[in-house]
Design a protein around this ligand. Structure first.
Ligand code: IPE
Ligand code: IPE
Ligand code: MG
Length: 244
């Protein structure tokens, strides 16, 4: 599965935040920001593919975003739906494999059908895997995984000792994507907001004040360069120190 990336992250995950503020600064309603955010997403997907990044995960709608005003929630659901209907053919041609990571049980039949079709249509693409975290929450993802493993134990299909870190990873929505090497958050907030809680164990974090609709190739490349200049230690002694 793993591809040679020459120091580039093999998996980049993005918390696409700041659409509302982008609109507010222009005295526009929030949905203008969401619409503009779709353009940024298209740019970033294309750039990730060009740059040879094998996996990109984008946080599009959290399990907590249902708490927003009904009109905004409806707008966001509709925007995602329309965007994927509109873009799927181009994504397919560009070699992008699309996957929905999140709880699909509570989505409407219409939205579910669009996802299934998008996933089927792009299932054989290998250039870039685009995981769209939609109705995604790290805690709900882990709760689902725990329930699944527990019911397998109850049925006698699994022993308690077989509940390993790998077994848990394999029950997450993101499986079989590797853990993200780099998590980018736009909009300046220094928090995960329930994104990839398990998978982020050793991810490098990059927060920029740039609002999501203003995030483009230049900003993406800057994040990649920043990542490539870091030393990842995974709990070990620094390589520099070890070599004297
Ligand atoms: C991110 O932008 C988009 C979603 C959460 C769907 P926001 O809508 O959170 O924008 P801000 O954070 O209010 O600026
Ligand atoms: C995180 O942004 C969720 C997405 C980008 C989809 P939020 O705007 O919902 O996060 P909080 O509320 O600032 O933590
Ligand atoms: Mg926000």
């Amino acid at each position: 599965m793993s591809k040679k990336t020459n120091g580039l992250p093999a998996h980049v995950a993005i918390i696409m935040d700041g659409n509302g503020r982008w609109a507010k600064r222009r005295a526009l309603p929030r949905y203008f920001g969401h619409r503009e955010g779709v353009k940024a997403l298209k740019t970033v997907v294309r750039y990730a593919a060009e740059r040879g990044i094998p996996t990109l995960t984008v946080y599009a709608f959290s399990t907590e975003n249902w708490r927003r005003p009904r009109e905004e929630v409806e707008f966001l659901l509709d925007l995602m739906f329309k965007t994927f209907v509109q873009e799927i053919e181009e994504l397919r041609q560009e070699g992008v494999r699309v996957r929905l990571v999140g709880d699909r049980t509570s989505l409407s039949d219409q939205i579910k059908a669009v996802w299934v079709k998008a996933e089927e249509l792009t299932a054989h693409n290998t250039r870039l895997t685009l995981n769209v975290a939609f109705n995604y929450g790290g805690r709900s993802e882990l709760t689902r995984a725990v329930r699944e493993l527990a019911s397998r134990v109850a049925r006698g299909e699994l022993t308690v000792e077989e509940i390993t870190e790998d077994a848990i990873s394999q029950e997450l929505y993101t499986w079989p994507s590797p853990d993200p090497d780099l998590i980018i958050r736009t909009g300046g907030e220094q928090r995960l907001s329930n994104f990839l809680l398990w998978q982020a164990a050793y991810s490098e974090l990059y927060v920029t004040d740039v609002l999501w609709p203003d995030f483009g190739e230049k900003e993406f490349e800057q994040a990649l360069q920043d990542y490539m200049g870091r030393e990842r230690r995974f709990g070990q002694v620094s390589a520099k120190e070890q070599n004297g």
